[in-house]
Unconditional design. Structure first.
Length: 107
């Protein structure tokens, strides 16, 4: 079995990721607002994904959210990252992903 591969999300082509699982960590910096947290979770919820970890820190008028996924379809990582960039108030999104294995489908 090969060891997991670690890549910055910008270096991967989405079509090369079909059938692979990835662990991903999204770090989002945004302006603090009451409706921010549900807006950050929406890109996951509409794809039936539940984050494995969420850390949220407020510092003055800005917040930092770290959202972790232990396993998600690798081809969805760039889509979720793009959706997070479109959330009102978001000023920065960083994503690190690690390919963790192949999707196994039942016969």
């Amino acid at each position: 079995m090969s060891s997991p591969m670690s890549f910055e999300s910008a270096s991967l082509k989405p079509w090369a990721l079909v059938g692979l699982h990835a662990a991903a960590r999204f770090t989002v910096t945004a302006d603090a607002s009451p409706g921010l947290l549900p807006r950050l979770l929406m890109p996951f919820a509409k794809r039936d994904l539940v984050p494995d970890g969420l850390e949220f820190h407020r510092s003055g008028d800005s917040v930092r959210a770290d959202i972790q996924m232990a396993a998600m379809p690798a081809e969805m990582v760039h889509v979720v990252e793009g959706n997070l960039r479109q959330v009102v108030g978001v000023t920065r999104v960083a994503c690190v992903q690690e390919i963790t294995g192949q999707v196994r489908r039942a016969a």
